[in-house]
Design a protein around this ligand. Structure first.
Ligand SMILES: C[S@@+](CC[C@H](N)C(=O)[O-])C[C@H]1O[C@@H](n2cnc3c(N)ncnc32)[C@H](O)[C@@H]1O
Length: 477
């Protein structure tokens, strides 16, 4: 056998080395492929179990479907979304817990062509109604766990059965919202007063018919008993839903700190599983001390001065408004039946419905929301979509909201209902709270009041923070 010359031997060595490197790469690729296949299988299993839990069935492509009546009788429910919500709320955090909390919250729902050949035909006549029931799927529940007992945020840690709440974490994950019907254009329904995030699959729409859907609610109330674990059953008047949002004072608040929260903070009914709250979302503590603030956020040194300025503004407002607030508080405690109810022909025992006392008088009160003048100016800078003159080119634009007043009302609505979960309210109270409304990112702080322990939700979004280059209201789309 003839030996190789030096040059060829070297070349062959190099080739061998390359082959061994390639073998290693192939091995790595195989491992990656294996783990991708395993992850895919796992994913498919979790999707199947999710589908099984929600009651939805994927269409079986290989088999002829059973006639709908037969499959319904067998309990096989084939549910197909009739459309998907596009709304001014993109994440759960900051989305109103109920539709009436935040009037101008707007959305659109386009009926899918896959459901009806002519989707607009299915909407004929609906324009005669001012409100519609929307039945939808809580598709962003994440984990599909649910428990028999939940802790509604407004019950501040007390447990009640899931079916006595509107918690999204429930078997079948179905939601029900009474939305205002603004208009119908072709196959698209324009809605307001909604509490659904963008992308929510809608399963059905029905007209709201007060004669069928709204018995009068019983007048008279017993206070919530805070000494027992169970909230008291009580009968209350539901004169107007806005009653729920009346101003309450809360002298319990101790925090003078701010919190950062990103998402998943807003479920009306935290399930007790630790999975229900991702504590990592709470991991950016901010204290009032300028040193630690700047240490964690690299904030300019004048932040402290800005906070002082804002506190001074709030204190001043407290002094000016304390009498006004007193009036509001005492008004909220009145539970007289509305005139229309007393005059109603069915004004008798059977004509009433009864609701849990904590709905009317929750241990967690509503909050006062304040904008600094600068914050108001910054908000006013946003334009509704339809305004687009050449000089307006650089200004941020709303997609759903029609004016800055509407945006302010929506922000007040969201925040006055205290959108934080019980966990965040009690354990992460010293963090900033972030949410998105339409195209605006909003940062706010739930702080202790500066006058007589009044618990103020202090919103210093926008300008004050733009000034220090920290957080600002800005277009996200
Ligand atoms: C408490 S539920 C009430 C919904 C409905 N009004 C009901 O009573 O069934 C409203 C909350 O559900 C959450 N949410 C809205 N849309 C969702 C979705 N598609 N998936 C999961 N959670 C959603 C938001 O955090 C919102 O604040």
């Amino acid at each position: 056998m003839s030996s190789l010359c030096d040059c060829c031997g070297e070349h062959i060595n190099k080739l061998n080395q390359q082959i061994s490197v390639m073998r290693k790469e192939v091995k790595n690729l195989r491992q990656m492929l294996d783990s991708a296949v395993r992850a895919h299988r796992k994913h498919m299993i979790s999707i199947q179990s999710a589908v099984a839990k929600t009651g939805l069935r994927e269409p079986d492509k290989d088999q002829t479907p059973a006639p709908p009546q037969a499959s319904l009788e067998k309990g096989n429910i084939q549910t197909v979304p009739i459309g998907y919500i596009s709304s001014c709320f993109s994440v759960k955090n900051g989305t109103p817990r109920q539709p009436t909390i935040c009037g101008p919250s707007r959305a659109e729902l386009r009926i899918q062509q896959s459901v009806f050949n002519n989707p607009e035909h299915a909407l004929v006549g609906l324009e005669q109604y001012s409100h519609v029931w929307i039945i939808f799927l809580f598709h962003k529940n994440g984990h599909l766990s649910y428990r028999a007992k939940v802790k509604p945020p407004r019950l501040n840690g007390q447990r009640v059965g899931v079916y006595s709440t509107r918690s999204p974490h429930r078997p079948n994950a179905l939601g029900l919202t009474l939305a205002r019907l603004d208009k119908i254009v072709g196959d698209t329904i324009h809605l307001s007063d909604i509490d659904m995030i963008a992308g929510t699959p809608v399963l059905d729409i029905k007209p709201f018919i007060p004669e069928y859907d709204s018995p009068h609610t019983r007048v008279g109330s017993e206070p919530h008993d805070s000494n027992t674990d169970q909230p008291q059953a009580t009968t209350v008047a539901l004169n107007e839903t806005t009653d729920i949002l009346n101003l309450h004072k809360d002298s319990d608040a101790q925090s003078d700190l701010k919190s950062k929260i990103t998402d998943d903070d807003n479920d009306d009914g935290d399930i007790e599983s630790p999975l229900s709250i991702d504590k990592s979302e709470c991991d950016i503590p901010v204290t009032d001390s300028p040193q630690s603030v700047s240490a964690q956020f690299s904030l300019p040194k004048d932040l402290h001065a800005v906070l002082e300025e804002v506190k001074a503004y709030v204190s001043h407002r407290d002094l000016c408004q304390s009498c006004e607030s007193e009036d509001q508080v005492s008004d909220s405690s009145k539970t007289k039946p509305p005139e229309s109810m007393v005059n109603h022909p069915c004004y008798g025992e059977e004509a009433y419905s009864t609701i849990a006392g904590w709905i009317k008088e929750p241990p967690v009160g509503s909050l006062e929301v304040r904008f600094t003048p600068q914050a108001e100016r910054e908000l006013a800078d946003f334009l509704p979509t339809h305004l687009s003159g050449p000089s307006e080119g650089d200004r941020p634009r709303f997609k759903f909201l029609r004016s800055s007043e509407e945006a302010a009302t929506a922000i007040r609505g969201v925040l006055s209902a205290d959108p934080r979960s019980v966990y965040r309210r009690t354990r992460c109270r010293d963090r900033l709270f972030f949410f998105t409304l339409d195209t605006a990112d909003i940062t706010c702080w739930f702080g202790q009041g500066f006058a007589e322990g009044l618990f103020i939700l202090f919103l210093y979004i926008f300008a004050t923070l733009v000034k220090v280059g920290w957080c600002k209201l800005e277009a996200v789309n």
